[in-house]
Every structure is written in structure tokens, then in C-alpha cells.
Design a protein around this ligand. Sequence first.
Ligand code: SIN
Length: 483
Amino acid sequence: MVYDYIIIGTGVAGLNAARLIPKDKKVLMLCKKAPWECNTFYAQGGVATAVDKTDIEPHINDTLVAGVHHNNIEAVRKLSENSRAGIDDLIEAGLQFDKNAKGELAFTKEAAHSRSRILHADGDATGRMIHMFLLQVCPHTIQTDAVVCDLLIEDGVCYGVQYFTDETTQKVAYAHQTIIASGGIGSIYKYHTNSTAIAGEVQGICIEKGLELNDMEMMQFHPTVFKGTSYARKPLLSEALRGEGACIVDDDDKRFLFEYHKDGELAPRDVVSRAIFDYNKKTNKPIFLSFKEFDKTYFKQRFPNIYANFKDLGYDLPFERVPISPAFHYAMGGIAIDTNAKVKGVKNLYAVGEAACSGLHGANRLASNSLLEGIVYSKIAVEESLKHPFEIVCENYTKPIKNYIRNQTIDKEIKNNLRKIMWKSASISRNQNDLKTALIQIDTFLKEDVGRLLFLRLLTAKSILTSAIKRTSSLGAHYIKEN
Ligand code: SIN
């Protein structure tokens, strides 16, 4: 059987695409682990939108300033101009955002936004609420534990995908159109805020097929994650906390961010992450997020999940401050698409959300533009695919279907080394020597007999390092500190 669509990934971008594809189409949705193992589920702060027509230009401007004008302006404009319609469409479908006392949508502020324009749901569980809503309304079947290991591409046409359903079983599914919505690359780094299912494998497949990836050196580090757990995935302390008054302090309660940027805690994310990193290195002092300005009742009501999670971790918020550090958060770079979400060089392949790179985020993503990107660009991809229907002829795919080995015994050690290497050499502050040494190490790993999934992850890591080496001066999240 040939599906009309295959969607790889079931975060906001994949699920919203599924919602918008006409119900009579045959759609296969592939989800790597359980449906909630995606970055959407963990997104706290909110979803940005131009509040109304008069806010489109300011929203565009804030996105460009945060992105250090490395952005693709057409992609930014498309996001902002379609933002309110995308949000209203979800609200009409039944999604509920938090409201103020007057019953109006409650917009909040986050760093580098010139006004309050962030919507949130269940206080600080915006991603989870959007995700649950989209799962509830999803009209198509989701196949879980489906780990994509190849795209069947020949002569500029995508015929479908190959995927593991367990350690050894592999299946092939064919489709007229394929949408990649598989998310970013978090597990390539030692410390991150991402779901553990997110490891950049589909980006690796695209590299192998000779497709273009863009801006791979542009990796974002969230400034405020909790330092006190031993897991790679670190609990996030949403940007919205700073938007509403939380401060970054050292152990003497000194607010040092103004020494780095006039907007202090509300400076763009790359600036805040770098300042924390630098201040800690210079002074050797621990850094904290302080909630002194908050009233307890308000805090509990506005940030109920952060309050409860940190209570479990032994912190009584807002009275106690919490030790923080930056950690990897978001990939601005990804599979090169045009502003219609079409993967460059393939007729019937689309990529949306964090996996994709239209140049929208530039060198540093503006807070809360990522859920919005998933919503807006998934709609664009579906509309475009309906406007330009494409039919594959399966017999025209002549390449052999390979039998991959998913994991090898040597993988675990190499995976751990990879994470450490990427954290040391390709994170908040970089230098050419470390990047080049890291690239040699990754090339050595690539020569080993590693499993298919690690091989793909290594290709993606290599692309981050290669892009970072090519950009010899600092720009946004790519900060080069000379030796
Ligand atoms: C946060 O809540 O700080 C994360 C939001 C985002 O990454 O845009």
C-alpha cells in the first residue's frame, strides 16, 4: 500500500500537520518512542504570536534582533504574519490558553520581546497542553516505537521511509508525500533540556543523501536550567520566570547581568547564557535564579508545575533560590527548507519544526518562537503539499533496501564520549583548536563499526563541527573565544 502522507515525528509540528491533512487521506505517523517523548511536551514558557496587525513589525524586529539579523527575513515575515491566524485556528478547534481576570487571553513577556505577546496554558505547561490537545484531535493512527533509519530517495523523489520497530525488525513504508517533523539534536550534548528521544538521526540521513543542512553551528543554550540532578536531561526554569521578575544572582545575591547587557536578565538568550558561563569562570561563584520578587500565592498559581517539581526536588519556591547553569536547548540549524517548508532538492519532501532550517531563527532563536514555528510552518507544508499533489510510482525506486544493524556493543561508550566532546568543544564558548580536535575524534568514531543510529548521530555532530569551524568569527549563539 502507498500512503498519501508519512509524517515522521509527533510533536507540535507533526501533530498539527496531521490535524490539517484532510481526513480521507491515508496518513502514517511515525513516533520514535512514546508520543510524549518530544520537546513539545517539555516546553514550559509559551507560544509567541504577533498580538494583532500592529504587532507584526515589532515581532519581526524582535526576532531579527535576537537572531543578530542572520535570519531569512522572508521566513520571519511569514511566521509573524501567519502567527495570529495559526493560534486562532487552534483556539477555534478547542485549545485553551490561560486568560486574565477579564476573561481575555493572558499575554506574558519573555526575554528579548519588546512587549507581552506570549500565550501560555496551565500556567507553565504550555507545550504539554498543546501536545495533549493535538493528540486528542489527531485523526490518524500513530505508530509508536518506530525509529526511522533511512529515507528512500532517488532522483529527487522521496518514496518513503525505512524504520526499526524493535532491535532487529525493519519495515518500509511508501508515501506520495513525506513530512519530516522529527525534532532537533539534544542527546548529542552531555547536558540538555530535551526529550531523550531527540538525537538528530534524521538530519544524519539527510546528510548521507547529500541534502543541504543550514546553520548547523547555531546551537542554542538555555540560560536557566537546574544544576542539581545527575541526568543529562536537566529540569528547565522557564524564561517566563525572568519575564515576570526572577533574577539571576551570585552567592552574594549580586545581580551581575547588567555588567554584560543593558537589558540584564531580559537580554537575548545567547547573551545571558554566555554571561553566566563567563561570570562563573571568572569568579568561581555559583549562580542562582532568585524569585524574591514573587508573592507565593501568585507564584503557585502562575507556575504550578515548576512549583510542584521543585518542591519534589527540595526547594520551597519562591522563597529559596535555585542553582542554575546553561544547557543545550534548541537547534536553530537543520534540514534546509524554502519558505514553503519544502526540502531543497526533493520534490515531495517537507521538513517542519526544529528539524528544519528556513533561516527563520537566524543566529539565536527568540524565546517562544519555536512552538509558533511548529504551528505556522506545519500549516504551510500541508497547504503547499495539497496545492502541488505528487504521486510516486514505487517501481521507480530501484535502490536496494539495506538491512541495518541498529546498535552495536561499542555504541554506548562512543555515545557518551560524543556527548562529552560536543559539550566541551561545540557549546557556549568555542575555539578553533577544540573544534578541529573534536572533528578528528568524530571522524575516528565514524570509521568504527557502530550501529546505524549512532552512525547517523555522528554525521549530524560532524556537520555541527564542520559548520562551526567554517565560521571563524563570533555570531549570536556561535561564540568563538580565541585560545
Ligand atoms: C522557556 O520556557 O524558557 C522555553 C521557551 C522556549 O524555548 O522558547
